[in-house]
Design a protein around this ligand. Structure first.
Ligand code: CA
Length: 225
């Protein structure tokens, strides 16, 4: 998740950026309103209202006119904030300085969840009974419990699970997940498959088809309690 921090005061911006990185986000920094209005691929924008060049309210309105990216307004003074006005301008939420990193992270997660899929990016879910793979958020859960996978492990699982029962050749998996022209050792694939099976805790879901490749077997739906 990529967060753009719009903040002119380095004594606030620096620790904020560092805290977001520690919380697992990638960050970009804009110190002026003009910089904030540059095209961005941010998943969320933290917007300070007191900027040196353009009024933050105006920046908020212009950002919203240009994109649907979630915006959290950050302000030094609670009385600057008129929640109704901010929401009308298109802000998704606001925090008042000083704020805790934990609170901020929770709000970022909430607004980005709420923003949901954009029309160009439909929600895609592979629903294989006990196993759920969300292709948009790249989250994998088993019976509702999240499983942490590496990017390559995720790609392998998504490829196999998208077409259960079908044998995927080693060559095709390497081409799809690694590179269109993979000439390296195919042992890499076995290492990733072994790790993936271990993490899924159900090695039988990924079946080895000797000499050819791998096949995903849909796990049975767990009876609900
Ligand atoms: Ca400021």
């Amino acid at each position: 998740m990529h967060v753009l921090v719009v903040e002119d005061d380095p004594t606030i911006a620096d620790p904020l950026l560092a805290g977001l990185v520690r919380a697992g986000f990638t960050v970009a920094h804009a110190a002026t309103g003009h910089a904030a209005l540059e095209p961005t691929d941010a998943d969320c924008i933290l917007l300070d209202l007191g900027l040196p060049d353009i009024d933050g309210i105006d920046v908020c309105r212009r950002l919203r006119a240009a994109s649907a990216v979630p915006i959290i307004v950050v302000s030094a003074r609670a009385d600057e904030l008129d929640r109704v006005m901010l929401l009308e301008l298109g802000a998704d939420d606001y925090v008042v300085k000083p704020f805790g990193m934990r609170e901020l992270v929770a709000r970022i997660r909430a607004v980005t969840r709420r923003a949901g899929p954009t029309p160009e990016e439909p929600a895609e879910l592979i629903d294989a009974g006990a196993l759920q793979i969300d292709l948009r958020t790249r989250r994998v859960t088993i019976n509702g419990t999240e499983v942490e996978l590496t990017p390559k492990e995720f790609d392998i699982l998504a490829l196999l699970a998208a077409d259960p029962g079908t044998v995927h050749t080693r060559h095709r998996i390497l081409e799809t997940v690694w590179d269109a022209h993979w000439y390296g050792p195919t042992k890499t694939l076995d290492v990733h498959i072994a790790s993936l099976r271990r993490k899924l805790r159900h090695p039988e879901w990924i079946e080895t088809v000797r000499g050819i490749g791998f096949r995903f077997e849909s796990p049975p739906v767990q009876p609900t309690e």
